[in-house]
Design a protein around this ligand. Structure first.
Ligand code: PGA
Length: 255
């Protein structure tokens, strides 16, 4: 199974989100073999998009969540509220939130612990900066980020975890990592997970300037379980092409 996640970031209003969600549904209609598809609109559009997706094969996710269960936390949205809004997935530790909203490793870890008590699937983002890669420290950095995020988190056999490898330098830059680089880092991620006793039910996806033209080259790699798509996910033809690439790979490889 391949998983395709669309991170709509802060790009779309409610009406546009509804129209876009309908567009995604049109592109999956009539296909028996389909990758798992998750779309992550802004908070404001979640409930309307949920209505569009009800009883379809496209799932709803959120882009972030707060660090508390409930209470006087103005402006925050808790994981329970996301559950209530119909989200099955939530992105955690996206580099934009780490850089712009002070989402530290400790905060990411607190969120992972909260999610572990729910049925939501975390999409945990890790990835190195250009400088870290240039210094030859990318693998150590990503392994540390992963260890910090998952410290004390219980992932049972029944629960799912998606790790998204998103090198910061590739996000929104138009220059993705190569599939070979992504596969190499995915192997590091899997090894690190095994070391900390989290194994089987983890999927590792790649994100960073994925588009319709080259999604296939990532998705065909057995070590890449899917893609996390930002910019191209709000362009319906691009996203359709990425879903199409996922289908082709699944049909060709019978996965
Ligand atoms: P991008 O974003 O596809 O626009 O590079 C990916 C992401 O930020 O998740």
């Amino acid at each position: 199974m391949k998983t395709i996640i669309g991170n709509w970031k802060m790009h779309l209003g409610i009406r546009e989100s509804i129209a876009h969600a309908r567009g995604v549904l049109r592109s999956v209609m009539g296909h028996e073999v389909l990758p798992e598809i998750v779309i992550c609109p802004s908070f404001t559009a979640l409930s309307e998009v949920r209505k569009v997706l009800v009883r379809t094969r496209v799932s709803l996710g959120a882009q972030t969540m707060g660090t508390e269960r409930f209470g006087a936390f103005t402006g925050d949205v808790s994981v329970a509220q996301l559950d209530d809004a119909g989200c099955g997935f939530v992105i955690i530790g996206h580099s934009e939130r780490r850089a712009m909203n002070g989402e530290s490793d400790a905060i990411v870890n607190a969120k992972m612990k909260l999610i572990a008590q729910t049925s939501l699937v975390p999409i945990l983002c890790v990835g190195e900066s250009k400088e870290t890669r240039a210094a030859g420290k990318a693998e150590v950095f990503v392994a540390q980020q992963l260890g910090a995020a998952l410290r004390g988190v219980t992932i049972t056999k029944a629960s799912r975890l998606i790790v998204a490898y998103e090198p910061i330098w590739a996000i929104g830059s138009g220059t993705s990592a190569t599939p070979a680089d992504a596969v190499a880092m995915h192997n590091v991620i899997r090894e690190s997970l095994q070391k900390i006793g989290i194994g089987a039910s983890v999927q590792v996806v790649y994100g960073g300037s994925v588009d319709g033209a080259h999604a296939y080259s990532f998705l065909r790699e057995p070590g890449i379980d899917g893609v996390l798509v930002g910019g191209a996910s709000v362009k319906i033809h691009e996203f359709e092409a990425i879903i199409g690439a996922g289908r082709e790979v699944m049909i060709a490889q019978n996965v």
